[in-house]
Design a protein around this ligand. Structure first.
Ligand code: SAM
Length: 218
């Protein structure tokens, strides 16, 4: 895929409209909206498809995977309550779009992808865009224990259950956001680590993600 890093008025205008649409759909966190308004989503598309980049839709990125729908990215990000300097683990780098949003919020991001081609692509493209997360290739269903604990863990693929191993990698007060369900639909779940042994779980809206594939997943 050929990437062009050119941000024209047309794309900037489309991005503003997308932010307005997400606001209408209920995204209220101004910092999240500002990050969406800043990251050039068309950079993740071949130029032929730039007219699709600011629609509120998921889109194929190769390897049978998708760049998430902007509403889904905003929804998950809002639930994380990221503050400047937070240490965030993102499981499922995909295109790297969500990764850029987290970096825009001032997080130190550790992002892991199991598909080598996607990992190689994001590792090349994101630094050219000015985003410098830490990239990992491997099974994110196990987390990245060597860099734990995290303030937030975000899973961007649908899991059959909440992997216990991820809960153990949260700081006390840390939040896990993960879609949980079967292959057709998942409920967005947040888990707050209240203490060494206690967790508070909240089950929210229904989404449809590609599967989380791995040792603690499908
Ligand atoms: N948020 C990403 C974006 O906007 O581009 C989209 C992520 S896509 C919906 C989910 C990603 O999770 C896919 O790239 C998939 O390969 C990856 N994935 C699935 N299972 C994984 C695992 N066990 N470890 C790491 N990545 C995984």
């Amino acid at each position: 895929m050929a990437y062009k890093l050119i941000d024209n008025y047309r794309e900037q205008g489309a991005r503003k409209k997308l932010v307005a649409l997400l606001k209408e759909r209920g995204i209220a966190d101004e910092k999240v909206l500002a990050a969406i308004g800043k990251v050039p989503r068309h950079y993740f598309f071949d130029e032929t498809f730039w007219n699709q980049a600011y629609k509120d839709i998921a889109f194929p990125i190769g390897e049978g995977q998708t760049i998430s729908q902007p509403y889904t990215v905003a929804y998950q990000t809002e639930l994380l309550h990221v503050r400047k300097g937070n240490k965030v683990l993102e499981i499922g780098t995909g295109s790297g779009y969500q990764t850029c949003i987290l970096v825009e919020l001032g997080a130190k991001v550790y992002t892991i992808e199991r598909q080598e081609k996607l990992y190689e692509r994001t590792k090349e493209v994101l630094p050219k865009m000015g985003y410098q997360p830490e990239f990992f290739l491997g099974d994110g269903s196990l987390g990245i224990p060597e860099h734990a604990p995290y303030d937030q863990i975000l899973v961007t693929a649908g899991a059959p259950v909440v992997p216990e191993v991820l809960l153990k990698q949260l700081k006390i007060g840390g939040i896990l956001v993960i879609p949980v369900g079967d292959s057709n639909e998942q409920k967005m779940v947040t888990v707050l680590r209240v203490s060494e042994t206690e967790y508070e779980k909240i089950v929210l809206d229904t989404f449809r993600f590609v599967p989380l594939v791995g040792d603690q997943a499908w």
